[in-house]
Design a protein around this ligand. Sequence first.
Ligand SMILES: Nc1ncnc2c1ncn2[C@@H]1O[C@H](COS(=O)(=O)NC(=O)[C@@H](N)CS)[C@@H](O)[C@H]1O
Ligand SMILES: [Zn+2]
Length: 416
Amino acid sequence: MDAWPTTHLPKLPGLGASPRVFDTSTGGLVATPARPAADGPARIYVCGITPYDATHLGHAATYLAFDLVQRAWLDAGYDVRYVQNVTDVDDPLLERAERDQDDWQVLAMRETALFREDMTALRILPPYRYIGAVESIDLVVALVQRLIEQGAAYRVDEDVYFDVHAEPDFGSVSNLDPALREKIFGERGGDPDRPGKRHPLDCLLWQAERPGEPSWETPLGRGRPGWHIECAAIALEYLGAGIDVQGGGSDLSFPHHEMGAAEAQVVTGERPFAYTYVHAGMVGLDGEKMSKSRGNLVFVSKLRAEGHDPMAIRLALLAHHYRADWEWHAEDLERAEARLARWREAVSRPDAPSADPLLAELRERLADDLDAPGALAAMDRWADAVLAGPAADAVADPGAPGLASRALDALLGVAL
Ligand SMILES: Nc1ncnc2c1ncn2[C@@H]1O[C@H](COS(=O)(=O)NC(=O)[C@@H](N)CS)[C@@H](O)[C@H]1O
Ligand SMILES: [Zn+2]
Protein backbone atom coordinates (compact mmCIF):
# COMPACT_ATOMS: atom_id res chain seq x y z
CA MET A 1 0.00 0.00 0.00
CA ASP A 2 1.09 3.62 -0.41
CA ALA A 3 3.33 5.14 2.25
CA TRP A 4 3.33 8.95 2.54
CA PRO A 5 5.20 11.78 0.77
CA THR A 6 8.85 12.12 1.64
CA THR A 7 10.29 15.31 3.05
CA HIS A 8 13.23 17.32 1.72
CA LEU A 9 16.65 16.55 3.23
CA PRO A 10 19.11 19.46 2.97
CA LYS A 11 22.72 18.57 2.12
CA LEU A 12 25.17 19.32 4.93
CA PRO A 13 28.94 19.83 4.65
CA GLY A 14 30.99 16.78 5.66
CA LEU A 15 29.63 13.54 7.13
CA GLY A 16 28.28 12.50 10.51
CA ALA A 17 29.32 9.33 12.34
CA SER A 18 27.34 6.06 12.39
CA PRO A 19 25.12 6.30 15.49
CA ARG A 20 25.68 4.08 18.53
CA VAL A 21 22.30 2.97 19.86
CA PHE A 22 21.17 0.80 22.76
CA ASP A 23 20.71 -2.79 21.61
CA THR A 24 18.16 -4.74 23.68
CA SER A 25 19.67 -8.12 22.85
CA THR A 26 23.19 -7.29 24.07
CA GLY A 27 22.08 -4.76 26.67
CA GLY A 28 24.62 -2.16 25.55
CA LEU A 29 25.43 0.54 22.99
CA VAL A 30 26.38 -0.73 19.53
CA ALA A 31 27.35 1.13 16.36
CA THR A 32 24.81 0.65 13.57
CA PRO A 33 25.35 -0.33 10.82
CA ALA A 34 28.36 -2.35 11.92
CA ARG A 35 29.86 -2.08 8.40
CA PRO A 36 30.90 0.66 5.92
CA ALA A 37 28.38 2.49 3.72
CA ALA A 38 30.06 0.98 0.65
CA ASP A 39 28.72 -2.46 1.66
CA GLY A 40 25.17 -1.43 0.76
CA PRO A 41 22.08 0.22 2.20
CA ALA A 42 21.35 0.26 5.91
CA ARG A 43 18.20 -1.83 6.36
CA ILE A 44 15.59 -1.16 9.02
CA TYR A 45 12.23 -2.74 9.79
CA VAL A 46 9.96 -0.80 12.15
CA CYS A 47 6.70 -2.33 13.23
CA GLY A 48 3.75 -0.27 12.05
CA ILE A 49 0.43 0.50 13.68
CA THR A 50 -2.56 -1.69 14.24
CA PRO A 51 -4.83 0.85 12.56
CA TYR A 52 -7.20 2.15 15.17
CA ASP A 53 -6.72 5.00 17.69
CA ALA A 54 -3.99 6.40 15.42
CA THR A 55 -1.86 8.47 15.79
CA HIS A 56 -1.41 8.97 19.51
CA LEU A 57 1.71 10.62 20.92
CA GLY A 58 3.11 7.24 21.96
CA HIS A 59 3.01 6.04 18.37
CA ALA A 60 4.51 9.34 17.19
CA ALA A 61 7.37 9.25 19.73
CA THR A 62 8.30 5.72 18.66
CA TYR A 63 8.28 6.46 14.91
CA LEU A 64 10.26 9.62 15.62
CA ALA A 65 13.01 7.54 17.29
CA PHE A 66 13.53 5.53 14.10
CA ASP A 67 13.30 8.68 12.01
CA LEU A 68 16.36 9.88 13.93
CA VAL A 69 18.20 6.60 13.25
CA GLN A 70 17.64 7.07 9.52
CA ARG A 71 18.60 10.73 9.53
CA ALA A 72 21.85 9.83 11.29
CA TRP A 73 22.49 7.05 8.75
CA LEU A 74 21.81 9.35 5.79
CA ASP A 75 24.08 12.02 7.29
CA ALA A 76 26.80 9.35 7.71
CA GLY A 77 26.57 8.62 3.97
CA TYR A 78 24.49 5.41 4.01
CA ASP A 79 21.61 4.66 1.69
CA VAL A 80 18.59 3.52 3.71
CA ARG A 81 16.00 0.82 3.06
CA TYR A 82 13.10 1.30 5.47
CA VAL A 83 10.13 -1.09 5.61
CA GLN A 84 7.08 -0.74 7.84
CA ASN A 85 3.92 -2.90 8.06
CA VAL A 86 0.30 -2.19 8.90
CA THR A 87 -1.38 -4.83 11.03
CA ASP A 88 -4.66 -4.38 9.16
CA VAL A 89 -6.13 -7.66 10.36
CA ASP A 90 -5.74 -8.86 13.96
CA ASP A 91 -7.81 -9.49 17.10
CA PRO A 92 -7.65 -5.95 18.60
CA LEU A 93 -8.70 -4.35 15.30
CA LEU A 94 -11.64 -6.75 14.88
CA GLU A 95 -12.68 -6.18 18.51
CA ARG A 96 -12.65 -2.37 18.04
CA ALA A 97 -14.63 -2.64 14.80
CA GLU A 98 -17.14 -4.87 16.61
CA ARG A 99 -17.41 -2.43 19.52
CA ASP A 100 -18.03 0.53 17.21
CA GLN A 101 -20.22 -1.41 14.78
CA ASP A 102 -17.68 -0.41 12.12
CA ASP A 103 -16.57 -2.39 9.09
CA TRP A 104 -13.06 -3.54 10.08
CA GLN A 105 -11.67 -2.80 6.60
CA VAL A 106 -13.11 0.74 6.59
CA LEU A 107 -11.79 1.34 10.09
CA ALA A 108 -8.32 0.15 9.04
CA MET A 109 -8.29 2.30 5.89
CA ARG A 110 -9.53 5.41 7.70
CA GLU A 111 -7.01 5.13 10.52
CA THR A 112 -4.12 4.32 8.19
CA ALA A 113 -4.97 7.43 6.15
CA LEU A 114 -4.94 9.54 9.33
CA PHE A 115 -1.61 7.96 10.34
CA ARG A 116 -0.08 8.91 6.95
CA GLU A 117 -1.31 12.50 7.38
CA ASP A 118 0.18 12.75 10.86
CA MET A 119 3.51 11.25 9.79
CA THR A 120 3.69 13.71 6.90
CA ALA A 121 2.90 16.68 9.17
CA LEU A 122 5.58 15.56 11.67
CA ARG A 123 8.08 15.20 8.79
CA ILE A 124 8.78 11.55 9.56
CA LEU A 125 10.62 9.98 6.60
CA PRO A 126 8.39 7.40 4.84
CA PRO A 127 9.28 3.71 4.38
CA TYR A 128 10.17 2.67 0.84
CA ARG A 129 7.78 -0.27 1.32
CA TYR A 130 4.62 0.12 3.43
CA ILE A 131 3.00 -3.32 3.57
CA GLY A 132 -0.31 -4.51 5.04
CA ALA A 133 -0.87 -7.90 6.71
CA VAL A 134 -3.81 -8.62 4.40
CA GLU A 135 -1.75 -8.06 1.26
CA SER A 136 0.96 -10.31 2.73
CA ILE A 137 -1.12 -13.42 3.43
CA ASP A 138 0.52 -15.42 0.65
CA LEU A 139 3.95 -14.54 2.08
CA VAL A 140 2.83 -15.68 5.55
CA VAL A 141 1.34 -18.93 4.20
CA ALA A 142 4.58 -19.79 2.39
CA LEU A 143 6.63 -19.28 5.57
CA VAL A 144 4.18 -21.32 7.68
CA GLN A 145 4.29 -24.19 5.17
CA ARG A 146 8.09 -24.09 5.31
CA LEU A 147 8.07 -24.17 9.12
CA ILE A 148 5.70 -27.16 9.05
CA GLU A 149 8.05 -28.98 6.63
CA GLN A 150 10.94 -28.22 9.01
CA GLY A 151 8.98 -29.72 11.93
CA ALA A 152 9.07 -26.28 13.60
CA ALA A 153 5.32 -25.78 13.36
CA TYR A 154 2.36 -28.01 14.18
CA ARG A 155 -1.41 -28.10 14.30
CA VAL A 156 -3.56 -27.60 17.37
CA ASP A 157 -7.06 -28.37 16.10
CA GLU A 158 -7.15 -26.41 12.79
CA ASP A 159 -4.69 -23.71 13.98
CA VAL A 160 -0.92 -23.77 13.38
CA TYR A 161 1.62 -23.00 16.13
CA PHE A 162 5.35 -22.21 16.08
CA ASP A 163 7.51 -24.48 18.26
CA VAL A 164 9.77 -22.04 20.10
CA HIS A 165 12.23 -24.82 20.87
CA ALA A 166 13.03 -25.00 17.15
CA GLU A 167 15.16 -21.86 17.62
CA PRO A 168 18.30 -22.41 19.77
CA ASP A 169 18.69 -18.64 20.32
CA PHE A 170 15.10 -18.19 21.53
CA GLY A 171 15.10 -15.58 24.34
CA SER A 172 18.21 -13.76 23.10
CA VAL A 173 16.34 -10.81 21.59
CA SER A 174 14.43 -9.55 24.60
CA ASN A 175 16.63 -10.99 27.36
CA LEU A 176 13.43 -11.13 29.37
CA ASP A 177 13.70 -13.09 32.63
CA PRO A 178 12.43 -16.55 31.64
CA ALA A 179 10.25 -16.60 34.75
CA LEU A 180 8.29 -13.63 33.34
CA ARG A 181 7.87 -14.94 29.81
CA GLU A 182 4.56 -16.77 30.21
CA LYS A 183 2.96 -13.88 32.11
CA ILE A 184 4.03 -11.26 29.52
CA PHE A 185 3.15 -13.60 26.66
CA GLY A 186 -0.37 -13.97 28.07
CA GLU A 187 -0.73 -10.21 28.61
CA ARG A 188 0.30 -9.38 25.04
CA GLY A 189 -1.94 -11.57 22.92
CA GLY A 190 -0.45 -15.01 23.68
CA ASP A 191 -2.33 -18.12 24.88
CA PRO A 192 0.06 -19.93 27.29
CA ASP A 193 -2.70 -22.12 28.73
CA ARG A 194 -4.14 -23.50 25.50
CA PRO A 195 -4.30 -27.30 25.75
CA GLY A 196 -2.51 -29.30 23.04
CA LYS A 197 0.48 -27.02 22.63
CA ARG A 198 3.99 -28.53 22.97
CA HIS A 199 5.14 -25.53 25.03
CA PRO A 200 3.13 -22.72 26.71
CA LEU A 201 5.11 -20.10 24.76
CA ASP A 202 4.46 -21.66 21.36
CA CYS A 203 2.73 -18.91 19.38
CA LEU A 204 0.03 -18.79 16.73
CA LEU A 205 1.21 -18.74 13.13
CA TRP A 206 -2.13 -19.31 11.45
CA GLN A 207 -5.62 -19.09 12.97
CA ALA A 208 -8.32 -21.17 11.33
CA GLU A 209 -11.54 -19.40 10.46
CA ARG A 210 -13.68 -18.35 13.45
CA PRO A 211 -17.42 -17.62 12.94
CA GLY A 212 -18.10 -14.01 11.96
CA GLU A 213 -14.41 -13.21 11.42
CA PRO A 214 -12.62 -12.45 8.16
CA SER A 215 -10.77 -15.42 6.68
CA TRP A 216 -8.92 -16.31 3.50
CA GLU A 217 -8.85 -19.58 1.56
CA THR A 218 -5.24 -20.83 1.51
CA PRO A 219 -3.30 -24.16 1.31
CA LEU A 220 -3.36 -24.06 5.14
CA GLY A 221 -7.17 -23.97 5.07
CA ARG A 222 -9.47 -21.00 5.63
CA GLY A 223 -8.10 -18.59 8.24
CA ARG A 224 -5.92 -15.57 8.92
CA PRO A 225 -2.29 -14.88 9.87
CA GLY A 226 -0.83 -14.78 13.36
CA TRP A 227 0.74 -11.47 14.46
CA HIS A 228 4.47 -12.23 14.77
CA ILE A 229 4.86 -14.16 11.52
CA GLU A 230 3.37 -11.17 9.67
CA CYS A 231 6.41 -9.00 10.45
CA ALA A 232 8.88 -11.82 9.86
CA ALA A 233 7.34 -12.49 6.44
CA ILE A 234 7.26 -8.83 5.37
CA ALA A 235 10.80 -8.08 6.61
CA LEU A 236 12.25 -11.17 4.91
CA GLU A 237 10.43 -10.44 1.64
CA TYR A 238 11.34 -6.75 1.33
CA LEU A 239 14.65 -6.54 3.23
CA GLY A 240 16.02 -10.09 3.61
CA ALA A 241 17.67 -11.61 6.71
CA GLY A 242 20.41 -9.83 8.66
CA ILE A 243 18.83 -6.39 8.78
CA ASP A 244 20.62 -3.64 10.65
CA VAL A 245 17.78 -2.57 12.95
CA GLN A 246 14.50 -4.12 14.03
CA GLY A 247 12.63 -1.31 15.78
CA GLY A 248 9.54 -0.74 17.85
CA GLY A 249 8.31 0.35 21.24
CA SER A 250 9.60 -1.49 24.33
CA ASP A 251 6.30 -3.41 24.61
CA LEU A 252 7.25 -5.26 21.41
CA SER A 253 10.56 -6.76 22.53
CA PHE A 254 8.70 -9.76 24.00
CA PRO A 255 6.91 -11.69 22.61
CA HIS A 256 6.63 -9.88 19.27
CA HIS A 257 10.27 -9.28 18.25
CA GLU A 258 11.49 -12.41 20.03
CA MET A 259 9.02 -14.60 18.12
CA GLY A 260 9.46 -12.83 14.79
CA ALA A 261 13.24 -13.21 14.97
CA ALA A 262 13.00 -16.88 16.01
CA GLU A 263 10.61 -17.69 13.15
CA ALA A 264 12.75 -15.83 10.61
CA GLN A 265 15.95 -17.54 11.83
CA VAL A 266 14.45 -21.03 11.70
CA VAL A 267 12.92 -20.53 8.26
CA THR A 268 16.06 -18.98 6.70
CA GLY A 269 18.74 -20.70 8.78
CA GLU A 270 20.49 -17.29 8.85
CA ARG A 271 21.39 -15.64 12.15
CA PRO A 272 20.92 -13.02 13.43
CA PHE A 273 17.63 -11.88 11.88
CA ALA A 274 18.63 -8.35 12.98
CA TYR A 275 22.03 -7.12 14.16
CA THR A 276 20.43 -4.57 16.50
CA TYR A 277 17.09 -4.53 18.33
CA VAL A 278 16.11 -0.98 19.25
CA HIS A 279 13.16 -0.22 21.53
CA ALA A 280 11.59 3.12 22.34
CA GLY A 281 10.24 3.96 25.80
CA MET A 282 6.57 4.29 26.65
CA VAL A 283 4.76 7.63 26.67
CA GLY A 284 2.22 7.96 29.44
CA LEU A 285 -0.54 10.26 30.55
CA ASP A 286 -1.86 10.75 34.09
CA GLY A 287 0.38 8.02 35.45
CA GLU A 288 -0.52 5.34 32.95
CA LYS A 289 1.03 4.21 29.67
CA MET A 290 -0.85 5.91 26.81
CA SER A 291 -2.70 2.96 25.39
CA LYS A 292 -5.72 2.05 23.38
CA SER A 293 -7.02 -0.28 26.02
CA ARG A 294 -6.91 2.53 28.63
CA GLY A 295 -8.24 5.14 26.20
CA ASN A 296 -5.98 7.84 27.76
CA LEU A 297 -4.78 9.00 24.40
CA VAL A 298 -3.57 12.35 23.09
CA PHE A 299 -3.85 12.41 19.31
CA VAL A 300 -1.46 14.19 16.94
CA SER A 301 -4.42 15.03 14.67
CA LYS A 302 -6.32 16.67 17.53
CA LEU A 303 -3.35 18.86 18.48
CA ARG A 304 -2.98 19.79 14.81
CA ALA A 305 -6.71 20.57 14.57
CA GLU A 306 -6.34 22.86 17.60
CA GLY A 307 -3.83 24.83 15.53
CA HIS A 308 -0.57 23.62 17.08
CA ASP A 309 2.39 23.70 14.70
CA PRO A 310 3.43 20.10 13.94
CA MET A 311 7.03 21.25 14.33
CA ALA A 312 6.25 22.20 17.93
CA ILE A 313 4.71 18.75 18.47
CA ARG A 314 7.88 17.19 17.01
CA LEU A 315 10.02 19.39 19.23
CA ALA A 316 8.00 18.45 22.34
CA LEU A 317 8.64 14.77 21.57
CA LEU A 318 12.35 15.35 20.82
CA ALA A 319 12.76 16.93 24.26
CA HIS A 320 12.58 13.40 25.74
CA HIS A 321 15.20 10.70 25.16
CA TYR A 322 13.82 8.00 22.85
CA ARG A 323 14.45 5.25 25.41
CA ALA A 324 12.86 7.05 28.33
CA ASP A 325 9.42 6.26 29.66
CA TRP A 326 7.84 9.67 30.18
CA GLU A 327 4.56 11.49 30.83
CA TRP A 328 2.95 13.95 28.44
CA HIS A 329 1.88 17.29 29.91
CA ALA A 330 0.17 20.09 27.98
CA GLU A 331 2.96 22.44 29.12
CA ASP A 332 5.38 20.35 27.03
CA LEU A 333 3.77 21.85 23.96
CA GLU A 334 3.85 25.42 25.28
CA ARG A 335 7.58 25.06 26.04
CA ALA A 336 8.21 23.62 22.58
CA GLU A 337 6.33 26.48 20.90
CA ALA A 338 8.41 29.06 22.77
CA ARG A 339 11.63 27.22 21.85
CA LEU A 340 10.57 27.05 18.21
CA ALA A 341 9.84 30.78 18.15
CA ARG A 342 13.28 31.60 19.64
CA TRP A 343 15.03 29.38 17.11
CA ARG A 344 13.08 30.95 14.23
CA GLU A 345 14.04 34.40 15.54
CA ALA A 346 17.70 33.38 15.77
CA VAL A 347 17.95 31.98 12.24
CA SER A 348 16.23 35.07 10.87
CA ARG A 349 19.13 37.28 11.95
CA PRO A 350 21.31 38.46 9.03
CA ASP A 351 24.38 36.86 10.54
CA ALA A 352 25.44 34.95 13.61
CA PRO A 353 28.42 33.24 15.23
CA SER A 354 29.70 30.39 13.07
CA ALA A 355 27.35 27.39 13.05
CA ASP A 356 30.18 24.95 12.32
CA PRO A 357 30.64 24.05 16.01
CA LEU A 358 26.85 23.70 16.31
CA LEU A 359 26.72 21.28 13.36
CA ALA A 360 29.51 19.21 14.91
CA GLU A 361 27.71 19.15 18.27
CA LEU A 362 24.34 18.17 16.76
CA ARG A 363 26.07 15.30 14.94
CA GLU A 364 27.88 14.21 18.06
CA ARG A 365 24.66 14.24 20.15
CA LEU A 366 22.72 12.27 17.54
CA ALA A 367 25.50 9.67 17.22
CA ASP A 368 25.46 9.24 21.00
CA ASP A 369 22.41 6.98 21.35
CA LEU A 370 20.17 9.53 19.59
CA ASP A 371 20.57 12.16 22.31
CA ALA A 372 17.96 14.55 20.94
CA PRO A 373 17.57 16.43 24.27
CA GLY A 374 21.31 17.16 24.14
CA ALA A 375 21.00 18.32 20.54
CA LEU A 376 18.15 20.68 21.45
CA ALA A 377 20.24 22.14 24.28
CA ALA A 378 23.10 22.79 21.84
CA MET A 379 20.73 24.66 19.53
CA ASP A 380 19.38 26.61 22.52
CA ARG A 381 22.92 27.77 23.36
CA TRP A 382 23.59 28.84 19.78
CA ALA A 383 20.25 30.69 19.54
CA ASP A 384 20.82 32.42 22.91
CA ALA A 385 24.22 33.61 21.69
CA VAL A 386 22.67 35.00 18.51
CA LEU A 387 19.83 36.73 20.33
CA ALA A 388 22.17 38.17 22.96
CA GLY A 389 23.76 40.14 20.13
CA PRO A 390 27.29 39.89 18.78
CA ALA A 391 30.00 39.51 21.40
CA ALA A 392 32.80 42.04 20.97
CA ASP A 393 35.28 39.52 19.52
CA ALA A 394 32.76 37.38 17.65
CA VAL A 395 33.20 37.08 13.90
CA ALA A 396 29.77 37.37 12.29
CA ASP A 397 29.13 34.69 9.67
CA PRO A 398 26.33 35.53 7.24
CA GLY A 399 26.08 31.85 6.28
CA ALA A 400 25.61 30.70 9.88
CA PRO A 401 21.81 31.10 10.20
CA GLY A 402 21.28 29.10 7.02
CA LEU A 403 23.64 26.31 8.08
CA ALA A 404 21.98 26.12 11.52
CA SER A 405 18.51 25.73 10.07
CA ARG A 406 19.65 23.18 7.45
CA ALA A 407 21.39 21.16 10.17
CA LEU A 408 18.25 21.16 12.35
CA ASP A 409 16.18 20.11 9.38
CA ALA A 410 18.41 17.28 8.14
CA LEU A 411 19.42 15.86 11.54
CA LEU A 412 16.35 16.46 13.71
CA GLY A 413 13.69 16.91 11.06
CA VAL A 414 12.68 20.28 12.50
CA ALA A 415 11.82 22.78 9.77
CA LEU A 416 12.17 26.38 11.00
N1 LIG B 1 2.33 4.64 24.84
C1 LIG B 1 3.23 4.33 23.91
N2 LIG B 1 4.45 4.93 23.94
C2 LIG B 1 5.38 4.64 23.00
N3 LIG B 1 5.18 3.79 21.97
C3 LIG B 1 3.98 3.18 21.91
C4 LIG B 1 2.95 3.40 22.86
N4 LIG B 1 1.88 2.63 22.50
C5 LIG B 1 2.23 1.96 21.38
N5 LIG B 1 3.49 2.28 21.02
C6 LIG B 1 4.25 1.76 19.90
O1 LIG B 1 3.62 2.17 18.68
C7 LIG B 1 3.84 1.16 17.69
C8 LIG B 1 2.48 0.74 17.11
O2 LIG B 1 1.71 0.17 18.15
S1 LIG B 1 0.38 -0.55 17.74
O3 LIG B 1 -0.44 0.36 17.05
O4 LIG B 1 -0.12 -1.13 18.95
N6 LIG B 1 0.76 -1.71 16.70
C9 LIG B 1 1.61 -2.73 16.99
O5 LIG B 1 2.24 -2.79 18.01
C10 LIG B 1 1.76 -3.78 15.89
N7 LIG B 1 1.00 -3.42 14.69
C11 LIG B 1 3.22 -3.96 15.55
S2 LIG B 1 3.45 -5.09 14.22
C12 LIG B 1 4.57 -0.01 18.38
O6 LIG B 1 5.97 0.07 18.15
C13 LIG B 1 4.27 0.25 19.85
O7 LIG B 1 5.31 -0.25 20.69
ZN1 LIG C 1 5.59 -6.07 14.08
